[in-house]
Write a protein that binds this ligand. Structure first.
Ligand code: NAP
Length: 487
């Protein structure tokens, strides 16, 4: 693939790779071994300005293109992601420390699906109309592109979440200024080249690399950027909301989670246990939807505890490039140290580490950021381990006696992203689903996604919904047109 120079990640503006105006660079570190992967453009407001100029120039042609034209181009981008799956997966795994197998089988295919899905969805997108009976009028909703929009995404599922925003934004006829995390910049950069090859007109997608506080902040503040779709931590989301609100931009926030995984005694035990291993430790626990608080009904608590610890201890912590690795490296030294700091601060009266709780040693990669899968038994839901998003391979475990108690604990947290419930009692699933304050509830499964469904969180986990038609609604401006007619 044409990426100019594999060790230098440039901006992609107006269809071309370019240096940052300020000639400022960040280091890209390989979390698997601490080596330098290369340097990244550290952009400023001048780079964002150039991107906005390119996007504004492209906007009217793009918004006037037919749905079929857009759909064809988006389909081609999805096809090209599939064609380049292997190189994208290798780069994604190197940048982030995630096991190559996960990048290859789940995340890069999903990035392609995002384009394929919205290529189709836009051709099915329709708006409402209302006949105003007795008034001799018909109202319909005209949905127009917003214009130039900003998409800011995190490092945990890099291309997967980058494209989750970009694909609907483009499908709806907007031009985009997008910024990936500085920790995982390279698959985003590769997307620029794929878009050129798919025939996306220049300026329609512009990718600005660099730090959140520089390039990201400049995107938030730019007057010509009409909307911000942001995925990241809750503290950053709060900052984003403060900056964007006085500018009256449309805003979508997908933020952190501290999700309950609730296991009743009547569940399919083996399935619950196996899926819990996955929902606890997939991507080193660095998925906003991970079930990091596990609540188990008292009658099966001791058995589940022993089985969970045994299975967690068998997971293979290893170099991300090895296919047998189930737990790769944490994304960065800073994040690695943040997660480890929770273990140092455990109060013995509040919690006990049942397994893990320390760095993992991976032979030959002493400088890599590895942590053992960790299960901690906690005494009460109000402890810090149950209230803060740790975002690592760390889960807590607690028993419960009845539905009321577990619903109260599930909700007694500032987050409200997702919950998982394991039971065969259908009535109970409905009772809990109605009472648990989360945007997504999985019954007897975890992270089963259908791209048509609304996705997002309640409380401090976010504002608004993405996915399916919700994303297309977010990226368009609804206008009420009222036409009166005479009898
Ligand atoms: P983060 O630190 O909040 O960063 C998210 C993005 O915002 C990055 O691109 C970051 O750039 C950028 N950013 C930082 N400061 C900014 C500013 N002042 N203005 C504009 N942009 C700024 O989050 P993260 O550590 O990358 O990701 C982990 C968090 O994301 C977790 O809390 C996780 O739960 C959440 N998450 C939520 C969802 C969801 O759908 N709800 C999905 C995935 C992840 P730099 O990285 O370059 O600083």
């Amino acid at each position: 693939m044409n990426r100019v120079n594999s060790s230098t990640t440039l901006n992609f503006i107006n269809g071309k790779y370019c240096d940052p105006v300020g000639d400022d660079w960040l280091e890209n570190i390989n979390p698997a071994d601490g080596t330098l992967l290369g340097r990244i453009a550290n952009s400023t407001e001048q780079d964002v300005e150039n991107a906005v100029i390119a996007a504004s120039n492209a906007q009217s042609n793009w918004s006037e293109s037919t749905l079929e034209q857009r759909s064809r181009i988006l389909t081609k981008i999805g096809d090209l992601i599939e064609k380049n799956l292997e190189s994208l997966a290798i780069i994604e795994s190197e940048d982030s420390g995630k096991p190559i197998d996960r990048a290859r089988t789940i995340e890069i295919p999903r990035a392609a699906s995002n384009f394929h899905f919205f290529a189709n969805a836009i051709t099915q997108f329709s708006s409402e109309s209302h006949e105003s009976v007795g008034q001799n009028a018909i109202n319909f909703t005209l949905r127009q592109p917003l214009g130039v929009v900003g998409c800011i995404s995190p490092w945990n599922l890099p291309l997967y979440l980058f494209t989750w925003k970009i694909a609907p934004a483009l499908a709806a006829g907007n031009c985009v200024i997008a910024k990936p995390s500085e920790l995982t910049p390279r698959t985003a950069s590769m997307l620029g080249d794929l878009c050129n090859r798919a025939g996306l007109p220049v300026g329609v997608l512009n990718i600005v690399q660099g730090a959140g506080t520089g390039a990201g902040q400049a995107i938030l503040e730019h007057e010509k950027i009409k909307a911000i779709s942001f995925t990241g931590g809750t503290a950053t989301g709060e900052h984003v909301a403060r900056v964007v609100a006085p500018k009256f931009k449309k805003l979508s926030l997908e933020l952190g989670g501290k999700n309950p995984n609730i296991i009743f005694a009547d569940c399919n035990y083996e399935r619950a246990l196996e899926t819990t291993i996955h929902s606890s430790f997939a991507n080193q626990g660095q998925i906003c939807l991970c079930g990091s608080r596990i609540f188990v009904e008292s009658s099966v608590y001791e058995k589940f505890k022993a089985d969970l610890v045994a299975r967690a201890s068998q997971l293979t912590v290893g170099h991300p490039s090895k296919t047998e690795t189930t737990i790769g490296a944490m994304v960065s030294g800073d994040h690695y140290r943040k997660v480890l700091s929770y273990f140092d601060e455990i109060e013995p009266t509040e919690a006990a580490i049942l397994c893990g709780g320390k760095p993992a040693t991976v032979e030959g990669h002493a400088q890599g950021f590895y942590i053992e899968p960790t299960v901690i038994e906690v005494q009460h839901n109000q402890c810090r381990l149950n209230q803060e998003e740790i975002f690592g391979p760390v889960v807590t475990l607690m028993p419960f006696d009845n539905e009321e108690e577990v619903i109260a604990m599930a909700n007694d947290v500032k987050y409200g992203l997702s919950a998982t419930i394991w039971t065969k009692d259908l009535d109970r699933t409905m009772r809990l689903s109605k009472k648990i304050e989360c945007g997504v509830i999985w019954i007897n499964t975890w992270l089963m996604r259908d791209l048509r469904t609304p996705f997002g969180g309640m409380k401090n986990s976010g504002v608004g919904r993405e996915g399916g038609l919700e994303a297309l609604r977010f990226f368009t401006e609804p206008k009420n047109i009222c036409i009166a007619f005479e009898n």
